[in-house]
Design a protein around this ligand. Structure first.
Ligand SMILES: [Zn+2]
Ligand SMILES: [Zn+2]
Length: 238
């Protein structure tokens, strides 16, 4: 039955649609054009760094310049080339099927910063944006990651009480100012946070302003520590 189904519906590359050997995989050319964040990476945001991994935590210039409210973080992809295309398809293109392979890549990248008993939480969308887009791509990723890692998931822990302006084109300082206090813990979910370490999940990290607002909200409401996992990190020098 399985093999008959595979004849009728052969596995397709999640990026270009060519046939591949395995379900939920990239074909070889697409894989080659998708920059995974491998090797030595910033211990706070997952940006690839030059040099060899010596086992000591190292940090990128952005995280050294602006200490983060969270302690550690990883990114699965560098936001460029085919990775950018996949992230945009998940976000705007109704390609919710991409969340499945993306959660696998996210789990692989985030392993070093995972801890038993963590609470996995997506960065929220404002409800108007959620209505327009119909799904929160960060919540699809966090659900897949929590399931695969065997961790608790709380998709509605964080809320955006006010609609925040579109941040595209703004510099880092303007982004941090616009998002200060923009994210809050849902009043009925506060009890889930006490004494726990939170893993915040988002699709893209640019300046880190959104993650900073989310991390500060968690810490203010009683979380002991916040770590982050993002699908793609925008490299600063791009
Ligand atoms: Zn392909
Ligand atoms: Zn960094």
């Amino acid at each position: 039955m399985q093999s008959a189904l595979r004849l009728i519906y052969p596995p397709r590359c999640v990026s270009c649609g060519d046939t591949v050997a395995q379900d939920f995989a990239l074909c070889l050319p697409c894989w080659g054009q998708t920059p995974f964040a491998a090797g030595l990476v910033c211990d706070a945001c997952g940006t690839p760094l030059p040099g060899q991994d010596s086992g000591q935590p190292e940090y990128c210039d952005a995280c050294l310049t602006r200490p983060r409210a969270w302690t550690r973080g990883r990114a699965a992809l560098v936001y460029a080339d085919n990775a950018r295309k996949l992230v945009l398809a998940l976000k705007h293109g109704d390609r919710t099927d991409l969340a499945r392979p993306a959660a696998v890549w996210l789990l692989r990248a985030a392993r070093p910063v995972l801890m038993p008993g963590m609470l996995v939480v997506p960065v929220p969308l404002h409800r108007w944006r959620l209505v327009r887009r119909r799904y929160n791509q960060a919540a699809l990723l966090s659900a897949g990651l929590a399931r695969a890692a065997g961790l608790d998931h709380c998709p509605d822990l964080l809320i955006r009480p006010h609609a925040t302006p579109i941040l595209d084109g703004l510099g880092a300082e303007a982004r941090f100012a616009a998002l200060d206090g923009a994210i809050a813990v849902h009043p009925r979910r506060r009890d889930r946070l006490a004494g726990r370490t939170v893993l915040l999940v988002d699709d893209v990290m640019t300046s880190g302003a959104t993650l900073e607002a989310a991390a500060c909200a968690c810490l203010a409401a009683g979380a002991v520590e916040v770590r982050i996992a993002v699908l793609a990190r925008v490299a600063q020098n791009l």
